[in-house]
Design a protein around this ligand. Structure first.
Ligand code: F6R
Length: 617
């Protein structure tokens, strides 16, 4: 939520910050702002709207000169999205300026106290309180900026990633983190530094980055080593400079109209990247260090609890079916946001798997912290390398999907499922809960999945035609059974979030316990009706819909004739093992929601009210 970018060095800061904000716009996009230091003054411009709106405004109203600057793209928490509430925020003297991602929870009493000392506030934000608190501490205690920020932060409760600049001390920028991600790009010979919510804004300038940990503050000065300290006790730390693997191509659209479409089409390769080096089909080996090194913990676990949010929670549901069916270990799936507050029973014999694309989701982080406190073993399945959850877990496995920039998750989902299938197969082999034949059959078929995903993607034109027919429907129902029940939930979520059409996902057989009342001749019902598993039962459910004149869009196995005879529309996917079928049935649902959203003129990559990385509760 919110993206922050800062630069200090020898290049013009403006183009670096604007481009950086565009790359971080997936994090929040209701308003944007920039502050540049021209050697004498801070020039600040901000506006409600997107980064392009900021660009237009800044180019008209301020000097764009300067080698130091900070910028922000916002996802509103305190205060509606408007020009005034946009960041950066000045302190009362206008000497200090800040950008902030997070929430200062105790901003109200702090604001009251500052008001009693004569401070005046123009915005409704918690951030303006923070910068004035820093100014107050700086003046009152006569401190250098770094120390003032540090002391002010000890009074703050909440989450933040901040960058602060003081025009009285124009050779430095202060950055600090608690709960919200923050990376510092280190330029060649320390001639320049970049500050950002992730590494994408500076990837073409440097591959060297320092990821701040929670509770750390950095004083950044050109030509000097970064001074890194613990906020709470002032301990001096050794910054760890990490070499980045990200490249520019991965974070650009590469000829596609939207990131979401690019990411949908990347899935065959993303799945290969997920199992590459891990799955040795001929040898019958699955290598995953995170499991190999802790195999006994998994095999002796009373149960596996999977915590996640949103799409990752749907991947967790698929994993529940897969792990229980292959490895015969009991699995419970929990919304991280519920789990963290309901005083769950967790013991040291539990394994908790946290699934998170971003690795930064606040609720999932809190859930794993709770699990660790109670002695459970925590295993993270994340996409973003070096992310907080991946670092805070006892062990883990990356999905290796590459950057996912479209706000609606696509390739993260299928690669999460791939990792979890590998884990289930590995545990099943170690436990002896499946036969050797079954094990090999699954490995061989998993290796064929990327080609089958590519084949599923060729239904695009058919899906577009169906999208055009139903794009104005106010409601959709998605039905699936067994391994494909979570896919129905995911299909409904995809449609809701990018096209703003109300949609619900249900286990197909549950339909008659309520949702069947919704069905009439106007209601489109997407039914996952692939062969195997509960095919005949789903066919009966389709008959029940048909009897009530509902419009059936069926996802079927290639060559199916029975459902074809009943459904209004069919979308074929290649045949596969039932357990692997979610990797294929998901694809047409992603494309259907994509095309409907495009036809409704919705902003596919940046749907309203959403943000890619939910770092607040
Ligand atoms: C939906 C979507 C969200 C995320 C959820 C969890 O398309 O993107 O529902 O899945 O916010 O995010 P991560 O996986 O980053 O923890």
């Amino acid at each position: 939520m919110c993206g922050i970018v800062g630069y200090i060095g020898y290049r013009e800061a403006y183009p670096i910050i604007i481009k950086g904000l565009q790359r971080l716009e997936y994090r929040g996009y209701d308003s944007a702002g920039i502050a540049l230091y021209d050697g004498k003054n801070i020039n600040l411009s901000k506006t409600k709207g997107k980064v392009v709106d900021l660009q237009k405004r800044a180019e008209q109203e301020i000097s764009l000169k300067g080698y130091i600057g900070i910028g922000h793209t916002r996802w509103a928490t305190h205060g509606v999205p408007n020009d005034v509430n946009s960041h950066p925020h000045y302190s009362n003297s206008e000497d200090l300026v800040v950008i902030h991602n997070g929430i200062i929870e105790n901003y109200a009493p702090l604001k009251k106290e500052l008001q009693s000392k004569g401070y005046v506030f123009t915005s409704d934000t918690d951030t303006e309180v923070l910068i004035n608190l820093i100014e107050y501490v700086q003046k009152n205690e006569n401190l250098k900026l770094g120390k003032a920020v540090q002391l002010a932060l000890t009074q703050v409760v909440g989450a933040y990633a901040i960058a602060v600049f003081d025009k009285k001390k124009p050779n430095e920028v202060i950055a600090a983190r608690m709960g919200s991600p923050l990376a510092i790009g280190v330029g060649e010979d320390k001639k320049e530094f970049f500050i950002a919510s992730d590494a994408s804004p500076f990837i073409e300038y440097t591959k060297n980055a320092i990821y701040l940990e929670d509770g750390e503050i950095a004083v950044i000065r050109v030509g000097k080593d970064i001074k890194l300290r613990k906020i709470a006790d002032d301990t001096l730390l050794d910054p760890f400079i990490q070499a980045l693997e990200l490249n520019l191509e991965q974070i650009e659209k590469g000829g596609y109209e939207h990131f979401m479409l690019k990411e949908i089409h990347e899935q065959p390769n993303a799945i290969i990247d997920t199992y590459r080096g891990r799955m040795l089909v001929n040898e019958g080996i699955i290598r995953m260090a995170g499991i190999d090194n802790h195999l006994e913990r998994f095999l002796n676990a009373d149960r596996i609890i999977i915590v996640a949010c949103g799409t990752s929670w749907h991947a967790a549901l698929v994993a529940e079916y897969v792990i229980e069916s292959l490895a015969r270990i009991p699995v419970e799936v929990e919304y991280a946001s519920e789990f963290r507050y309901r005083n769950p029973i967790i013991t040291s014999k539990d394994v908790v798997i946290a699934i998170s694309q971003s690795g930064e989701t606040a609720d999932t982080r809190a859930a794993i912290q709770l699990a660790k406190q109670k002695g459970a073993f925590v295993f993270g399945v994340c996409n973003v390398v070096g992310s907080t959850i991946s670092r805070e877990s006892d062990a883990g496995a990356y999905t290796h999907a590459g950057p996912e920039i479209g706000v609606a998750s696509t390739k993260a989902f299928t690669t999460q499922i791939t990792v979890l299938i590998l884990i289930a197969l590995k545990l099943a082999k170690a436990k002896g809960s499946i036969s050797n034949d079954e094990y090999f059959t699954h490995l061989q078929e998993l290796e064929r999945i990327p080609a089958k995903v590519a084949e599923a993607l060729t239904s695009d034109e058919n899906i577009k035609t169906i999208a055009a027919i139903y794009k104005d429907s106010p409601n959709f129902l998605y039905l699936g059974r067994g391994f494909n029940f979570p896919v129905a939930l995911e299909g409904a979520l995809k449609l809701k979030e990018i096209s703003y059409i109300h949609a619900e996902g249900y286990p197909a057989a549950e339909m008659k316990h309520g949702p069947i009342a919704l069905i009439d001749e106007k209601m489109p019902i997407v039914v996952i009706a692939t062969k195997k598993g509960h095919y005949e039962k789903v066919v009966s459910n389709i008959e029940e819909i048909k009897a009530r004149s509902g419009k059936i869009i069926a996802i079927v196995t290639k060559g199916d004739v029975d459902v074809k005879a009943l459904a209004d529309h069919v979308i074929e996917v290649p045949d596969t093992l039932e357990l692997l079928s979610p990797l294929l049935t998901t694809i047409p649902l992603q494309l259907l929601s994509y095309h409907i959203a495009v036809m409704r003129n919705c902003n596919v990559d940046q749907p309203r009210n959403l943000a890619k990385s939910v770092t607040v509760e």
